[in-house]
Design a protein around this ligand. Structure first.
Ligand code: PEP
Ligand code: MN
Length: 344
């Protein structure tokens, strides 16, 4: 439940609410605004008598949170969450574009791609150093060496980097290199990993599990938020349906659903969402029109030679055109694409 205090509620009145919640082993999320304090009471609130709390001194009203996810819900926090990363504010009303290869393959490949996507108008660089591959015989990524190449690409271009973390034990090391931690679709319900990134307090992009409901996905976000890490963004990357013409089916519906249910920023991944480069631009445009706060797109200078996801990777020239198309779509819905920052 959310307890909204009167504008001039005293410290003692607030403390009494907190004490009541703690008697029932509930967690407290305090939001001390300039006007009034809002106390989020999270946990098993059923034994707490709502009417009684409403009659306590200093209380204006009590709002129950009906959804199973609490801190992630719009009821809990009506205003959009804005996540600062480098010079950009994700969720702040300006579209942010992340681009780069599926995997970091070599120093020259990531540096070349970073420069190409930057010139095309990307704001951030993506690239996996630890890859969750369906087959144990496929390329698994360069590991820490890949992170070093990503850091060099950031030095060169000034672009923040996003890269995947697959194991709790690797969270501290990946935090040293990455500006955003990516949780892959296959790890959306890896609860040990969700706890570990929650404790890190680093920005996290949580991808949707390929067979997960929006509600289950938000429950995973709740795990991260429950550690006090407020910097979580949701990434729609396509789900399994009966359709086989594309690798996954990009669920464009999820974007307005998320916008209604949560305050967290929404990123769209049309590359995994379609699995075919020919369809990436159309779905990227659709996602922006539907209200996404950002895009993450796979780009490779020579997709034919890519060690993973070449068939869904755009060449830099096609990506550059897409960025221009996106500007038109964003303008049509009253949004703008963020200005690219000057190189470091
Ligand atoms: C990726 O971003 O390259 C990736 C592996 O994505 P997903 O977890 O969505 O399959
Ligand atoms: Mn990929």
């Amino acid at each position: 439940m959310i307890v909204i205090m009167k504008p001039h509620a005293t410290m003692a009145e607030k403390a009494a609410i907190i004490a009541r919640a703690e008697e029932h082993n509930c967690k407290i999320h305090l939001s001390d605004g300039s006007e009034r304090t809002i106390i989020g009471v999270i946990g098993n609130v059923r034994p707490i008598d709502r009417d009684q709390v409403e009659r306590m001194p200093g209380v204006e009203r009590v709002v129950p949170i009906l959804k199973p996810f609490k801190v992630a819900s719009r009821e809990f926090k009506p205003n959009n969450t804005i996540i600062p990363v480098g010079n950009y504010d994700i969720g702040g009303g300006e579209l942010v574009i992340m681009a780069g290869p599926c995997a970091v393959e070599s120093r020259s490949q990531i540096l070349e791609t970073a420069q190409a996507v930057k010139e095309a108008g990307a704001h951030m660089l993506r690239g996996g150093a630890f890859k969750p591959r369906s087959s144990p015989y496929s390329f698994q990524g360069l590991g820490e060496q890949g992170l070093k190449y990503l850091a060099e690409a950031r030095e060169l271009t000034g672009m923040p980097i996003i890269t995947e973390v697959m194991e709790p034990a690797l969270v501290p090391m990946i935090c040293e290199y990455a500006d955003i931690l990516q949780i892959g679709a296959r790890n959306m319900q890896n609860f040990a990993l969700l706890h570990a990134v929650g404790k890190s307090h680093h920005p996290v992009m949580l991808k949707r599990g390929m067979s997960s409901l929006v509600e289950e996905w938000l429950m995973s976000a709740e795990y991260i938020l429950s550690h006090g890490n407020t910097k979580v963004m949701m990434c729609e990357r396509g789900i399994r349906t009966i359709e086989t013409s594309t690798r996954f089916t990009f669920d464009v519906n999820a974007i307005p659903v998320l916008k209604q249910w949560t305050h967290l920023p929404v990123i769209a991944d049309p590359s995994h969402g379609t699995g075919k480069w020919e369809f990436v631009a159309a779905i990227a445009r659709a996602a922006v029109a539907a209200g996404a706060d950002g895009l993450i797109i796979e780009v490779h200078p020579r997709p034919d030679e890519a060690m993973s996801d070449g068939v869904q990777s755009l060449k830099p020239e096609r990506f550059a055109r897409l960025v221009q198309e996106i500007k038109g779509i964003a303008a049509a819905i009253g949004m703008t694409v963020a200005e690219t920052a000057v190189s470091a």
